[in-house]
Design a protein around this ligand. Structure first.
Ligand code: C2G
Length: 755
């Protein structure tokens, strides 16, 4: 007889599934079968999964029956399927089918998007055999990452229990209140059959609450396999294209919850007879779940009828459970729940709102940004748009630079006085060569102009709370040809904001025009941003300066401005940031891997070095002792002006090299962490080994050597450089700003004259 039957309900997400199945195979259990129950999602089950000898695929074809389901109170039966893009039958039908076909001594439940850590399942089986236990489980933790980049350090866990212990009594109750699911449960088949349970196929979101209640209730104790058995619940970073069940936007969550809750309570109390201690503990955990559900969903996602149903359920919670549950709530939520229980919905709503505001606010009176958002919603959003006004922002207001700068200058040169321009700044105001009002980013006036300007020109993402107004025109210039994978092309999001994909999706909906520097980027932007708006194939306005007719004079001027020695050549080192090294969103760490001492010894007579960190970097460089050789220009506004004075560029995975290539000067790639960056952090759009127009180097000595031999390198890379230039710089000719302005502003202007 097969030892373990692993049941996986599957709808979509082939790469998740692949990793899930691989992690089960890695358990090295010889007597194992996987029942992959395919909920007719499509034909995307990967070959690598199908070819596993121990895997059986069951395809759900027919409307399943709700066999064996023990219905509780009357709650309207809704059709089983989901909405558009949702699985037709759902996990309940899939799990029932899995159980029906399973031949193992044990059943084990895992979701297709989760995976197991080391010998998680093997450990459960060992324990069940050793102790003769019918139900065994272990730790569950949450992670945003693939197995490849997951380390269990710092992963959020759902219970702090340790040691191998049978869970009973209050311990079982508190364990269940954190986890009421069949995930990571190993159940003896004979025991499961004896319970006569089935997953409720009419319940999309909470069908396993009822089954889990039956499994736990029937047992005096659940065997707990301590931290050595770890199940990794994978959080979905792309709720737009691949939402987890918990992320699906739906109206039926409350109905499904109460249906399962009532059926489970019915099973525990009416069917099996109330009063058994373990039944009480399971019921307590269910009641705890009920209260949590209300606290999380009322008033936003519970409609009137549902709220009344929940009130009735809450009234039936035994007083001793209710007293214990209330201890877990703060004052405002307790008030909310008390009112809710009494059916005083309006008062409950008020307390719910207060509780929400209290949780969100910082300090006694809330944050200044919260106050500004209120003023914005109450006043600014209701005022008319201001014709001929343009709000500019570059690199989160950290500099006067990049494409917005060149668009601003072209506009002012060509249409002097016609547009009223506003620039956002992060720390200090800048010297700006044309008339412009400067407003502090995220200050009250920033909110005012975001709400009222007819035009908005940004080179990055706007704040998530930005509201696009009808009639406003958003010109997004973006800030580089992508080498590193962007948004929806990324697998894991290792940067500081795990829901980056969802944020970007909604932010990009506000863009009317998006500038592309080359054909390559245009294609990627469409897909990676899921962007359907206008793309301007104009080239980058920020690179116009690199085609300036008097580049040499300009370079001299810039060198003087920076106080650089005129008799030395310039090496520019401009690396990018590392997604996983941060203090918080937009605040990243940086440690310099170049040995400046060795560079000065070897190159100091001929060169100086300009160091330029990415605008996300919060760490300041300490260059003391290297005066006259190394210059920190991380805060210099416009990196394009630094390109003009540089004889050679050293970078890593930063898009700076696509721009620098316009000058056709030599480039070196200091890629000391190439493998980690490529395989774990980002992944690249281009084959760097084949396409980069310069060598990849891994330490300071190789860099010194390359700089000594620049001519040879240039000769060796000549052909590749030429191809690179043709592919990425073909649209650049010094007139990109003009093209962008003509495409966006002329029409806007005519339209406004009618105002
Ligand atoms: N930049 C800079 N100095 C650096 C690195 C970057 O001034 N040391 C500027 C350049 O204009 C560069 C832009 O910031 O083109 C974007 O920087 P990247 O290093 O490419 O990184 P990122 O901000 O993640 O943008 O499609 C482009 C990508 O989104 C990359």
């Amino acid at each position: 007889m097969t030892k373990v039957s692993v049941i996986i309900p599957y709808y979509k997400g082939p790469s998740y599934l692949e990793e899930c199945v691989q992690s089960i195979e890695n358990q090295n259990l010889s007597d194992l079968e996987i029942l992959l129950v395919d909920d007719r999602g499509g034909d995307d089950v990967p070959e690598s999964v199908l070819e596993k000898a121990f895997l059986r695929r069951i395809v759900l074809e027919e409307e399943p029956e709700a066999e064996g389901f023990c219905a509780g109170e009357s709650w309207e039966v809704v059709p089983p399927g989901g909405g558009k893009d949702m699985s037709p039958f759902g996990a309940a039908a899939a799990r029932n089918a899995g159980v029906r076909y399973a031949g193992g001594e044990y059943l084990y439940f895992i979701d297709a998007d989760d995976y197991l850590w080391e010998d998680a399942l093997a450990r459960l089986v060992e324990l069940a055999d050793e102790k003769g236990a019918d139900v065994v489980t272990g730790k569950r933790c949450f992670s945003w990452f693939r197995p490849l980049s997951f380390t269990n350090e710092g992963a959020q866990e759902d219970t702090q229990l340790t040691g191998i212990v049978p869970l009973r009594g209050e311990e079982l109750a508190s364990f269940l209140s954190t986890r009421f699911t069949v995930q990571h449960l190993l159940v003896r088949r004979a025991y499961y059959d004896g319970l006569g349970l089935a997953f409720d196929v009419h319940n999309r979101y909470y069908s396993d609450v009822f089954v889990a209640a039956g499994i736990f209730f029937g047992k005096e104790a659940v065997m707990w396999a301590d931290g050595s058995s770890q199940y990794v619940c994978r959080l979905h970073n792309d709720p737009i294209h691949l939402p987890a069940l918990s992320q699906e936007k739906t109206k039926r969550r409350a109905g499904d919850f109460i249906r399962s809750y009532e059926a489970a309570i019915h099973l525990l109390t009416e069917e099996a007879g109330a009063g058994s201690t373990d039944g009480d503990n399971v019921a307590y955990a269910l009641n705890w779940q009920l209260s949590r559900f209300i606290a999380e969903h009322f008033p936003d996602t519970l409609n009137g009828e549902e709220a009344r149903h929940f009130t009735m359920a809450l009234r039936r919670v035994p007083e001793r459970d209710w007293r214990r549950i209330k201890k877990e709530f703060g004052f405002l939520q307790t008030m909310e729940m008390n009112c809710f229980k009494k059916g005083k919905e309006q008062a409950a709503k008020l307390f719910a709102k207060l509780a929400f505001a209290w949780r969100k606010k910082q300090g006694i009176l809330g944050t200044p940004i919260q106050h500004r958002r209120i003023v914005d919603a109450l006043f600014f959003q209701k005022m008319k748009l201001l014709p001929n006004t343009v709000l500019f922002e570059s690199f989160l207001g950290k500099s006067y630079s990049d494409s917005p700068k060149y668009i601003f200058e072209y506009l002012n040169k060509t249409y002097p006085g016609r547009y009223k321009c506003i620039w956002a700044y992060a720390e200090k105001k800048r010297d700006i060569p044309y008339p412009a009002k400067q407003v502090k980013r995220l200050g009250l006036r920033y909110f005012y102009y975001m709400a009222r300007c007819r035009y908005v020109v940004f080179n990055g993402r706007q704040p998530t709370f930005y509201k696009k107004r009808k009639g406003s025109i958003f010109l997004e210039t973006w800030h580089g040809t992508p080498l590193k994978k962007l948004v929806f092309d990324m697998d894991d999001v290792t940067s500081a904001s795990p829901l980056y994909k969802e944020d970007v999706y909604y932010q990009t909906r506000a863009w009317d025009y998006l500038v592309a520097p080359n054909e390559f980027s245009e294609k990627i932007f469409r897909r990676a941003f899921s962007y359907e708006g206008n793309i301007l194939g104009t080239g980058y306005p920020r690179n116009d300066i690199l085609y300036h007719p008097d580049k040499e004079d300009l370079a001299l001027e810039i060198k003087n401005e920076l106080g650089l020695p005129l008799d030395k050549k310039v090496i520019l080192y401009a690396p990018t940031w590392r997604d996983d090294e941060y203090y918080g969103p937009g605040m990243y760490k940086f440690s310099l891997r170049l040995d400046l001492g060795r560079m000065r010894e070897e190159l100091g007579s001929e060169y100086v070095v300009i160091l330029r960190t990415h605008y996300f970097i919060a760490d300041a460089l300490d260059l003391s002792g290297f005066e006259g050789f190394a210059y920190n220009e991380s805060k210099y506004d416009d990196v394009a002006r630094l390109y003009l004075i540089s004889d050679v560029l050293i970078t890593d995975y930063s898009s700076v090299f696509f721009d620098f290539a316009n000058l056709r000067r030599p480039m070196l790639f200091f890629t000391y962490d190439l493998e980690k960056y490529r395989s774990i952090l980002r992944g690249f759009y281009i084959d760097v080994e084949k396409e980069l127009p310069g060598p990849m180097l891994f330490d300071t000595e190789e860099i010194i050597d390359a700089i000594h031999n620049l001519r040879t390198i240039q000769r060796n890379y000549e052909e590749r450089y030429k191809q690179f230039y043709e592919k990425y710089c073909a649209w650049e000719d010094g007139h990109a700003a003009e093209r962008a302005v003509n495409a966006v502003f002329r029409f806007g202007h005519t339209e406004m004259e009618k105002d």
